[in-house]
Design a protein around this ligand. Sequence first.
Ligand code: SF4
Ligand code: FES
Length: 263
Amino acid sequence: MAAHGKTLNLTLRVWRQKSAKDDGRFVDYPAKGVSADASFLEMLDQVNEGLIGKGEDPITFDHDCREGICGSCGFMINGDAHGPLKGVTVCQLHMRTFSDGETLTLEPWRAKAFPVQKDLMVDRSAFDRIIAAGGYISVDTGNAVDANSLPVPKPNADAAFESAACIGCGACVASCKNASAMLFVGAKVSHFSLLPQGQVESPERVDRMVTQMDHEGFGNCTTTGSCSASCPKEIPLANIARMNRELLVSALTKREASSGDGI
Ligand code: SF4
Ligand code: FES
């Protein structure tokens, strides 16, 4: 770990891929005189300024807020999604995490459902389509006062808040050997189904979101836990268990309705 105020000389081994159709390859770049206090993305900005100055194509990577909020950033650093620190997005990772002389290998998320667009940038619109399939409340929940007048048990409110912290970055998919999106979908399903406003549509919501998830080509969960371990918001695995419970309830509700027994 480099000390505060020091500079680092590093080698970046970066995945370069011109387009979704290009094969791609690793290219080494020196990153010299990097401030230990710079963020990882600031270091990449510095390397890119050098590349642009030499008339070369800068390294493409996604970013927006640079505050760990938007979920735009994310790639693998030496095989770790968002880098080696727990609970940190790559935009909030500081260069003091690394040691002088290190070689850092940067790769995009690898998943069939997240095709590489260019270099470190992947297409995560599969997540948008899962949200569009059911990640919303369409019933009238009234205004803020009405909503607040609904009693919500404190454990449910806390769990809903924890689930709502998911920023949709995709690190869970990239870290999973099956490229499963269940932690993401579980978090989105949970944050609605734990609250009274979201419960009305729970059976249809989980059914539609999971159907879309499968349609996008994400893999299944085999409970290795790598998703939660690499999640920058430390979303717990309990969200996957909750989603599976909701899915079972949804299937039973449909079966009862079709047999004329029920609801
Ligand atoms: S569950 Fe975590 S890793 Fe997955 S998309 Fe949400 S914030 Fe990112
Ligand atoms: S750029 Fe927004 S979370 Fe990293």
